[in-house]
Design a protein. Structure first.
Length: 749
């Protein structure tokens, strides 16, 4: 095979194992002499722990130990990707429903479960904060003790941090029409099919941790910090995760398990129930207040946005979610005056983290709904008002940042055309369209080692995690394209910090761009070495030799890589090793620490049918048009776009946490927390790719894993409005909400 493999729909590497059930996940790993663990938590959100009695638990046959906060030296070790605020186990107080106060280890799963049920906790329930309005009330309970907060103006408040972005002058500009509204976006769960599972095993000189984490090198650093040992003594093994969507991006209970494992001197295993996974991590909810100014011809004048994201009890990566999403909160439009105030607000709720779309769907729901509102007020077509305000290719639309890296109006037009925009509609039907844009990674660091073996096969080592997004396949295609080695003769080594080089993280749709470039450069280094090997062995000048994928071109003949290696290393075997890297350094004084490597742009068009008598809504068509630069594997791009769109359908029409007045999650698990099934999938789901070759990745690729989720809600909301005559500003768009909105409108409420 040659470079022609790039751009082809190669089947997924490792796909048969996933389909046939032979894929090994973390939950399948069993270690010799292993103990099973279970967590103990309270039936409320915020409480003062008065005492924990473990005596009865320790009498259960097979119980090996129980650990509480009292058993850990003070101060309790804390961790986090940006703020080290999360204790490895609760001590003194709990801050959210599900925070563990004890962990039990036993010889069997049943024994651990029985013992956990016999741990007696005496506690006093405390006032708690569950909403944005309550959290911002000066009289509200503080979620975090100021002693663990950073110095600054918000230390004695429930605001973790806040950011102000913008340009122009919103106060002094004037508009012909001003639209002002508030929109809400609910808490949601990542709901990966694979449950959270972790193992920790003491070794002679350190510890080995097994996790489905997306960022093994980050976990290695966190564990080393908590245990106060060199990173070299911490080994992290990460079998391919069975779905993650950002929920497995950062550590959860790995530090606790590692600490407990070293204390007991035994390997430990922890697998969360589905209910516990809801209590481990979630997506941020948000309330967005927005004022939009427009001229009569549809030109946007200003966007004045206040975004309040309820991030939970601990920071995790939510501060980055809030700031990065809102930095481009005005969307992919030319807006001369922008003011954005974004807050990350603490609450006594499950800590939030990255979620596919990284905070953009929350603010996009508001901004794109406002574009629709402006079109209605001006009597304009919703496609035309968007087209009028989109920047041209190469136009700077956010000062001092990456210009528009594509013909974005093309995405808009293709989506409208594919949906049949403007064609007659049946009774009770409506169409919607919405743009979405997310910044790619602002910094990056990916390293790869590629080994070309004597038989012409290759091993590629990369720290990227394949969570089902197909990273193994796409990166294999890139190596195959560069080296001319068939896909079937390439092995992709991943998932072990001892055996693969550093990768910053598998997130922000970065892997194809950053790791793809690193692998391509490693392969090119191999090709350069092949020139020198051939020159030495065949005694011809180096500058007379050229190399193409799989072939060395000598002045008088061509030799395959395998032939050159066999000739050169015939008696004493050897191999050629290439090392490649791709980095994006920070930019001093930039509000986000660096410029976007690319923009992930999407246009989503939808057609829905609403039953006004019941509020039931069916999505008949959903069109996803993504500007991907170059589709290394078009089949994978389609799966990414369509999978993201289905997730977007979930939070648009059904998914949300329901809390009671004590902060307990009432809809834990699969029965009460609904996600889309085959019955909810749009009747027509189509993905269209625009390849302009203008991305920074291999052959002009951009990231594409998140686009389909960015503006799903906004598109569906606009379609519901046209079908039912009501604009709903609170997600999800449940039948009850739609029915109430229709009836309130008819009653003049």
């Amino acid at each position: 095979m040659s470079e022609g493999i790039v751009g082809k729909p190669v089947n997924r590497v490792g796909g048969p194992g996933r389909v046939m059930g032979t894929q090994v996940y973390v939950g399948d790993v069993k270690l010799p002499n292993m103990l099973y663990t279970r967590l103990v938590h309270l039936d409320c959100a915020h409480a003062r722990i008065l005492s924990i009695d473990t005596r009865e638990a320790l009498t259960v046959p097979g119980v090996y130990g129980v650990l509480t906060g009292e058993d850990i030296p003070k101060p309790i070790p804390r961790f986090g990707p940006t703020y080290q605020d999360r204790p490895i186990i609760a001590h003194g107080t709990t801050q959210f429903h599900g925070e563990p106060v004890a962990i039990v280890a036993a010889e069997t799963e049943h024994g651990a479960a029985v013992a956990a049920s016999r741990v007696k906790v005496d506690y006093e329930e405390l006032p708690a904060v569950f909403t944005v309005s309550r959290a911002l009330d000066p009289s509200a309970e503080l979620v975090q003790d100021p002693s663990i907060r950073r110095d600054g103006p918000y230390r004695y408040t429930n605001i973790l941090d806040q950011w102000t972005f913008g340009w122009g002058d919103v106060e002094k500009c004037s508009a012909d029409e001003v639209i002002e509204n508030t929109y809400t976006f609910p808490m949601g769960n990542h709901f990966a099919i694979e449950p959270f599972a972790f193992l920790a095993e003491p070794t002679t000189d350190g510890i080995t941790v097994y996790s489905a984490i997306q960022n093994p090198n980050h976990l290695q650093r966190i564990i080393a910090g908590v245990l106060e040992m060199p990173q070299s003594r911490v080994r992290v093994i990460t079998p391919d995760p069975g779905g993650a969507f950002g929920g497995k991006q950062y550590p959860k209970y790995e530090p606790l398990l590692a600490w407990f494992s070293l204390r007991l001197g035994r390997p430990l295993r922890l697998e969360l129930t589905l209910e516990e996974s809801f209590q481990a991590v979630r997506r941020t909810s948000a309330e967005v207040r927005i004022r939009t100014g427009v001229r009569y011809d549809g030109t946007l004048v200003f966007q004045d946005i206040e975004s309040n994201y309820l991030i939970g009890a601990y920071a995790d990566i939510a501060a980055r979610v809030v700031s990065k999403a809102n930095y481009v909160g005005a969307g992919p439009y030319r807006v001369p005056h922008v003011r954005i105030l974004a807050r990350g607000i603490l609450s006594h709720t499950v800590p939030s983290t990255a979620f596919r779309g990284f905070g953009v769907p929350q603010v996009n729901w508001a901004v794109e709904s406002q574009i629709d509102a402006a079109a209605h007020k001006l009597g304009m077509d919703r496609v035309e008002i968007r087209r009028k305000n989109l920047p041209a290719r190469g136009e700077v639309f956010i000062p001092d940042n990456l210009p528009a890296d594509g013909d974005w109006a093309e995405s808009l037009q293709k989506a409208a055309d594919a949906l049949g925009w403007g064609e007659p509609l049946k009774e009770g039907c409506g169409r919607g369209i919405a743009m979405g844009m997310k910044m790619g990674a602002t910094t990056g660091a990916s390293y790869s080692v590629v080994r070309l073996h004597m038989d012409g096969s290759a091993t590629v080592s990369a720290g990227t995690s394949d969570m089902g997004q197909g990273a193994r396949t796409v990166l294999t295609q890139i190596a195959s394209g560069e080296l001319g080695v068939p896909v079937g003769k390439i092995v992709m080594a991943m998932g072990d910090t001892t055996g693969v080089p550093f990768d910053l993280q598998s997130s922000a749709s970065r892997s194809t761009v950053f790791m793809g470039n690193a692998i391509a450069r490693a392969c090119r280094e191999i090709k350069e070495q092949m020139k020198y090997l051939a020159s030495e062995y065949y005694d011809v000048p180096v500058d007379s030799i050229t190399v193409s994928p799989g072939t060395v071109h000598l002045p008088d003949r061509d030799r395959s890589f395998e032939e050159v290696l066999s000739d050169r290393f015939g008696k004493v075997p050897g191999e050629v090793i290439g090392v490649g890297s791709a980095r994006s350094e920070g930019v001093q004084d930039h509000p986000l620490g660096g410029h976007a490597a690319f923009y992930e742009l999407v246009c989503i068009a939808s057609e829905v049918k609403v039953d006004k008598e019941t509020g039931e809504m069916d999505i008949d068509k959903l069109i996803v048009v993504g500007d991907v630069g170059k589709a290394i594997n078009p089949q994978h791009v389609a799966m990414q776009d369509e999978g993201a769109a289905v997730m977007g359908v979930g939070h648009s029409i059904m998914e949300h946490y329901i809390l009671d007045d004590r902060g307990r999650i009432k809809n834990l698990g699969a029965l009460d927390y609904r996600i889309p099934t085959t019955k909810d999938i749009p009747g027509v789901l189509t993905s269209i790719h625009i390849e302009n070759g203008e991305g920074p990745g291999y052959q002009g690729a951009k990231g594409c894993a998140e686009g389909g989720i960015l503006s799903t809600s906004s598109s569906i909301g606009g379609a519901v409005e046209e079908a039912a005559g009501v604009r709903i500003r609170d997600l999800p768009l449940t039948p009850e909400r739609i029915w109430k909105a229709i009836n309130n409108m008819e009653e003049g409420v």
